[in-house]
Design a protein around this ligand. Structure first.
Ligand SMILES: [Zn+2]
Length: 514
C-alpha cells in the first residue's frame, strides 16, 4: 500500500475480544481517537485574519497600542524561576522589545529613562507557561488570545490542519495576532494497518449514534466535522523518509505518530533523528515503553498510554519506570482532558448551556468547538452514564509511579477535546498534578515552564528570567509556590514584545468567535 495523506472518521468504538478490562480500555482509547482527530476542518471555512489590529482576536485592544516599543521595567517584583533559586524578592527586570535586558536587585539595576514601569511590589514574576499538548484548531482563533490571557505564552500543538497552524504561527510571529508561540507537531504519522482496520469497522457499523439520536440527525451529512485531520498513512518502515519529509514540508517541528509497530516506529525515529526533529506519540506497539524511550522517543502523550505497564509484575514495572526515567523521555499526562470520560448527560448539558450556568467558560465556546464536542459525543456509540472514576484513578496511579521514578512531565491539556478550555484548563492541569499526582508547586511549574522548553531544545531561549532570554513573563498577585491555584491570579502578561495588563487581559478573555 502506498503512503497517503488521508482523512479519517472513527465513529465507533473498536470491538475487541478479551477480558472486560481490556475491552473497556479499547473503548476509551477509541473515544479518545475520535476526540483527538475531531478537529480536522480541512474544508471548513476559515475566519479571515485581519492584517493590522485583528479585532476579532483581541476585542478592544488595538494590537499596535499594546506593543512595548522601547523599554519595560518590572520593579520590586519577587522573581520566581522554576530552576535554581526559585524565589528572589525585591527584583527589577528590564525588558527591551521581546528580550530580557537586565535582572537584579531593585536599586542596583538602573531603570532606563522613558521606560514603562510596572511596580510589582508584593507580586510574583515568572516565565510564561506552556500548554504542551493542544489542538488549537478545535476551539478556533479565539484560543490564541485566551491562552495569552491565562499566561500561556507557548504551545506545542499536537493535531490540526497544518496549513492553518502554520498561518497562525506566522501571524503571531509577525505581531498581527495576539497569541502564544506555536510549535507544530500536528501531522499525525499513522499506521496504515490501523487506518484499514478503522475503515473496516466503519463499513460494518452504520447504526445511528447517541448524539444523532438525540439530535434526530444522521451522520455524516449533518456533520462537516467528519472531515478529519490530515495524516500520513505509514504502511512500512520504508515510508519513514517520506513521512518525515511530508511533516517537515507541512511546517512541523516535531514528528508525531500513533499506532505504529516497532519496526515502523524505529525507522521513523531514525529518520526524525537524522533530520534533527524530536518525536512524540502514543505508545508504539510490539515494543516496551522502556525500549521505545531508550530508542529515542522523546515524549509519550496521555497518562493512559502508560497502561501497557499495568499488566507487568511490580518489579518489572519498576524497572521499566527506572529505564524510562534514565532515558529522559517526557510524559504528558493531559489529565484534565478526561472530560472525555464525563457522563453524556453532563457533556450534553454543557453543550446546550449557552448562558454558561453550569460553567461560565461555556459562554465563549465557539460554534466550531461545539461541533467538535458534538462529534466527540458521536464517537460514543455506548452511553456513558457515570464518570469513569476508577479509570481516572488508575491513570493517576500510573502517572504517580512515573513521577516518583523521576520521569519528567509536561503540562498539557489536549485542549479542544471534550470540556476543555484554552488556558484555564492548563491551570486545572497544574492543580491536578499537585493535588492528585503529588507534584510540589515548584515541580508543577517546571512541567509547565522548563520541561517543554527542554523537550524542544529551547532552554537557552525561554523558561528563565535572565538577561538574553525571551521576555515571556507572567505577573501574579499571589505566590504560586505557596499554592498552585495562585496561577489563576494573573495581573499581567508580557509576550511577543507586548505587555498586557489586567484590563487588557480581561478583553482577551472576552474573545468571541461565532
Ligand atoms: Zn491530543
Amino acid at each position: 500500500m502506498k503512503p497517503r495523506l488521508t482523512c479519517l472518521a472513527v465513529p465507533l468504538p473498536m470491538r475487541q475480544k478479551g477480558d472486560r478490562r481490556k475491552s473497556a480500555r479499547s473503548v476509551v482509547f477509541l473515544c479518545s481517537l475520535v476526540l483527538l482527530t475531531a478537529g480536522c476542518t480541512g474544508d471548513a471555512p476559515e475566519k479571515p485574519i485581519a492584517n493590522d489590529a485583528a479585532p476579532h482576536l483581541s476585542p478592544g485592544i488595538p494590537v499596535a497600542q499594546t506593543r512595548v516599543s522601547d523599554v519595560l521595567a518590572f520593579t520590586r517584583a519577587t522573581v520566581v524561576n522554576p530552576s535554581g533559586k526559585a524565589r528572589q524578592g525585591n527584583m527589577t527586570v528590564i525588558v527591551r522589545g521581546d528580550r530580557i535586558a537586565a535582572v537584579g536587585r531593585s536599586g542596583e539595576v538602573p531603570v532606563p529613562k522613558g521606560a514603562t514601569v510596572v511596580d510589582a511590589q508584593g507580586q510574583f514574576l515568572l516565565p510564561g507557561l506552556w500548554d504542551a499538548h493542544t489542538h488549537i484548531s478545535y476551539p478556533g482563533a479565539c484560543a490564541l488570545p485566551l491562552l495569552i490571557a491565562h499566561g500561556v505564552t507557548s504551545i506545542r500543538d499536537l493535531g490540526g490542519p497544518p496549513a492553518q497552524g502554520a498561518r497562525w504561527r506566522q501571524e503571531v510571529e509577525a505581531g498581527r495576532m495576539v497569541g502564544p508561540r506555536i510549535h507544530l507537531a500536528g501531522l499525525n504519522i499513522e499506521s496504515a494497518e490501523w487506518i484499514n482496520m478503522i475503515d473496516q469497522i466503519r463499513a460494518e457499523h452504520q447504526e445511528v449514534s447517541l448524539i444523532d439520536r438525540i439530535r434526530g440527525r444522521r451522520p455524516p451529512e449533518d456533520f462537516p466535522i467528519w472531515e478529519w485531520s490530515p495524516r500520513f498513512a505509514m504502511a512500512s518502515p520504508t515510508d519513514a523518509a517520506l513521512a518525515v519529509d511530508t511533516a517537515v514540508k507541512a511546517g512541523m517541528g516535531v514528528v508525531k505518530f500513533r499506532n505504529l509497530r516497532a519496526d515502523a516506529f524505529r525507522a521513523l525515529l531514525a529518520e526524525a533523528n537524522r533530520r534533527g526533529l524530536p518525536v512524540a506519540g502514543h505508545a508504539p506497539r510490539d515494543i516496551t515503553l522502556a525500549d521505545a524511550a531508550e530508542a529515542g522517543l522523546r515524549s509519550l502523550e496521555h497518562g493512559a498510554n502508560l497502561s501497557s505497564l499495568s499488566h507487568l509484575s511490580p518489579s518489572e514495572r519498576a524497572e521499566q519506570y527506572r529505564r524510562i526515567a534514565r532515558s529522559g523521555m517526557f510524559v504528558t499526562p493531559t489529565l484534565v482532558s478526561d472530560g472525555m470520560w464525563a457522563p453524556d448527560s453532563l457533556v450534553l448539558a454543557v453543550i446546550a448551556d449557552s448562558a454558561g450556568r453550569i460553567d461560565p467558560r461555556r459562554r465563549n465556546v465557539s460554534a466550531h468547538q461545539l461541533d467538535v464536542w458534538r462529534s466527540g459525543m458521536q464517537g460514543r456509540n455506548k452511553p456513558v452514564r457515570a464518570t469513569h472514576d476508577s479509570a481516572f484513578a488508575a491513570e493517576i496511579g500510573l502517572v504517580q509511579a512515573a513521577h516518583r521514578a523521576g520521569v519528567p512531565l509536561l503540562a498539557g491539556t489536549d485542549v479542544g477535546t471534550l470540556l476543555t478550555y484554552p488556558g484555564s484548563s492548563l491551570h486545572e492541569e497544574l492543580v491536578l498534578l499537585v493535588d492528585r499526582v503529588g507534584l510540589t508547586p515548584l515541580e508543577a511549574l517546571q512541567a509547565a515552564i522548563l520541561n517543554p522548553a527542554r523537550f524542544l531544545g529551547l532552554e537557552k531561549d525561554v523558561g528563565l528570567i535572565a538577561p538574553g532570554m525571551r521576555a515571556d513573563l507572567v505577573l501574579l498577585r499571589q505566590d504560586p509556590l505557596r499554592d498552585i491555584r495562585n496561577i489563576r491570579e494573573i495581573e499581567g502578561v508580557a509576550a511577543g514584545g507586548r505587555y498586557l495588563d489586567s484590563a487588557a487581559l480581561q478583553s482577551l478573555r472576552e474573545c468571541r468567535e461565532r
